[in-house]
Design a protein around this ligand. Structure first.
Ligand SMILES: Nc1ncnc2c1ncn2[C@@H]1O[C@H](COP(=O)(O)OP(=O)(O)O)[C@@H](O)[C@H]1O
Ligand SMILES: [Mg+2]
Length: 238
């Protein structure tokens, strides 16, 4: 399993948001309190796709199962379909399984051609038994009238301080317990997306595990924070 997959957020509360307003709005969607179609936009690697999946999963609750809730990627969808029949049938399957409303994800909605965006707008106007959660890194490529059907929510990169709890949590799962201030040290120089954060942490995990292995053979179970600091100080900075 890749490091990224191993540490993928399991619930919406594991996802770090720069804005508490955005976090609350998405929580409301996850709790079925909001039903307007949702458009998550912002730079790549801010957690839009993972949030869309978790919102859908939480909205569907106990009826969620992979076959009923596969996210659609606009480009792949358009390569196979020129109508929104498959999306409608996903809603119908969910409703027949007991969902109170359908829910579908359209990732990278900007990848639909303009005619396909027009069809989606017509589809949304015709059928009211489901919610579309769309994501895009390119809001300017989404047709205005289609955008108007959605609640647009801007998802931005969290600050270094906001990433700290995630670094602490991931390191704990890796058996390397560290404090918040040690996590801040590890984040020194980090200036990227959630996706690159995973790579950044993985580099440290491998480096620290290698260093601990050299220092403490046989490897003790878990590493103490003071060892981490010692190791960090003796490991080249990134
Ligand atoms: N804000 C975040 N909180 C937690 N994990 C994140 C966050 N942003 C990105 N990630 C992780 O980075 C990876 C890519 O995120 P993704 O949702 O595909 O980004 P986007 O759709 O905005 O480009 C995923 O493994 C995700 O778990
Ligand atoms: Mg995405």
């Amino acid at each position: 399993m890749t490091f990224d997959k191993k540490h993928r957020s399991r619930t919406l509360s594991d996802v770090i948001f720069a804005s508490t307003d955005v976090q609350q709005t998405l929580k409301d969607y996850a709790n079925n309190k909001r039903d307007k179609h949702l458009l998550l936009y912002g730079p790549k690697g801010t957690g839009k796709s993972v949030s869309a999946e978790l919102i859908m999963r939480e909205r569907l609750g106990s009826i969620w199962q992979a076959g009923l809730a596969e996210p659609f990627n606009a480009k792949a969808y358009a390569a196979q379909h020129d109508s929104f029949g498959p999306l409608l049938s996903q809603w119908n399957w969910q409703l027949s399984a007991g969902a109170r409303a359908g829910c579908s994800i359209v990732d990278e909605i900007d990848q639909f051609t303009l005619p396909m965006q027009h069809k989606l707008r017509a589809f949304i106007d015709q059928y009211e038994m489901g919610v579309v959660i769309a994501t895009t890194n390119n809001l300017h490529l989404v047709d205005g009238p289609l955008k108007d059907r959605f609640r647009p929510v801007c998802v931005e990169y969290p600050s270094i301080d906001q990433w700290v709890p995630r670094v602490v949590a991931v390191m704990a799962v890796e058996g390397i317990p560290i404090t918040a201030s040690q996590a801040l040290v590890l984040l020194n120089g980090f200036d990227g997306s959630g996706r690159s954060l995973n790579d950044w942490i993985e580099d440290y995990v491998l480096r620290l595990q290698g260093a601990v292995h050299k220092l403490t053979k046989p490897l003790a179970s878990g590493v103490t924070p003071s060892q981490v600091v010692t190791i960090h100080n003796t490991t080249e900075g990134k």
